[in-house]
Design a protein around this ligand. Sequence first.
Ligand code: NAD
Length: 359
Amino acid sequence: MILGILNENDQRVAIVPQLIKKFQSLNFEIWVETKAGETANYSDEEYEAANGKVTNKSEILANADVLVSYHPPSDDDLKLLKPKTLVVSMFAPYADDAIIEHLAQFDIIPFSLDMIPRTTIAQSMDVLSSMASVAGYRAVLEAANYLPRYFPMLITAAGSIKPCSVVVLGAGVAGLQAIATAKRLGAVVEASDPRAAAKEEILSLGGKFIEVEGAQDDTGAGGYAVQQSEEYLERQKVHVQERAMKADIIITTAQVRGRKSPILIPASTVEKMRAGSVIIDLAASTGGNCELTEDGKIVKKHGVTIVGDSNLAAKMPTDSSFLFSNNIYNYLKIMVKEGQIDLDWNNEIIAKSCIKPNK
Ligand code: NAD
C-alpha cells in the first residue's frame, strides 16, 4: 500500500524519515513529494536512505492508497486520486459542516483527525493535543522574545529583579503547557478556565487559579468547554482586568469548539496594561481572545505587543512533524489488518473520525 505525503504550504511535513520503518511494518510504502521535509529539516536524501520514495506530486496523487496532510488537499488534487483513497487531514467539520457535503462529490474516504474522540485510548493519535502542546510551549518563548524584562527573580549586585507575572487564559492542552513552561523559566503564573477539571490541573503545575463563580457544567462535553453565560464572561473580564494591570505577559488559548472565541481582554483592559507587556493570542484564528488581536499579525497597541498566531506549532516544525507522524502511525495502525486496509465501523475512533456521509 502506498502512503502519499505532499509538499504543503507549511513548515511541517506529515511523515518524518525516522518513522518510515514503522509504517513499513504496517505494509505501507512512503512516497513523499520532492523537498516536502526541507523546511522541517528532513532532507530528500534522508527519506531515500530510509527506503522512502521521493517523487513528484502527480505520481503520488495517481498512486496513493492513503494521502495524509495537515491542511485539506485542494479540489484539483482530490480529483486526481484513485477511487476509494483514504484522505486523512484536518477538515474541521465542527467549524463548518459544509465540508462534509463538499467532499462527498469525490470518490474518496475522508478522515478528519480533529474528530478523533478525546478519550484515553485515542490519546496516542490525538494530533490536536500534540500540536497544542507545542504551541503552548512556543507561546511562552515568543512572549519572552518580546518582553523587555527577565522571567525569573534575580538578586544581583546591581539590584533585585522581581519575577515576571504571567496570566494564562484557557488551561486546556496549550494553556497547561504554557503554565509549565513559564513556571520553569521562573515566572509567577495565574490561570483561568471554566472547565471543572481545570482548577486541579492548574494547581498541580504550580499555577494559581483565578476563581470565577458560576461556570456552566461541562459534564458530557467530551473534555471540551461549553459556552459560558454572558454573566460569567462579564465577571471573568473583571477578574482578568485586575490581573492584566499587573501582568507582564498574557497568553490566551480560550476556545469553545465550533464557536467564535470569547473576548476576555477588551480594548479597555489593554489600555490599562503596563507598557512593554505582551499578549500572545493563540485563539486568533477563531476571532481571538483579545479585542485588539489581528490574526497572523504582530501589532503594538497602547504600548502592548499583541501577537495573533494560532499556528505556533508550525514554528517548531522538526519536533511537531515528529509528533504528528507518531500520531498518524498510531491512527493508521487501527485501520490495517494483515497488511491491508480493513475499516472496522464498530471501532468508535474510526466511525467518529470518518466524515463520509452514509459510510
Ligand atoms: P480547546 O483548544 O478547545 O480550548 C482551550 C481551553 O479554553 C479549554 O480548556 C477550555 O475550557 C478553555 N476555555 C473556554 N472558554 C473559556 C473562558 N471563557 N475562559 C477561559 N478558558 C476558556 O481545548 P483543548 O486544549 O483541545 O482540550 C480541552 C480539554 O480536553 C483538555 O484540557 C482535556 O481535559 C481534554 N482532553 C482530553 C484528552 C484525552 O483524554 N485524550 C485529550 C485532549 C484533551
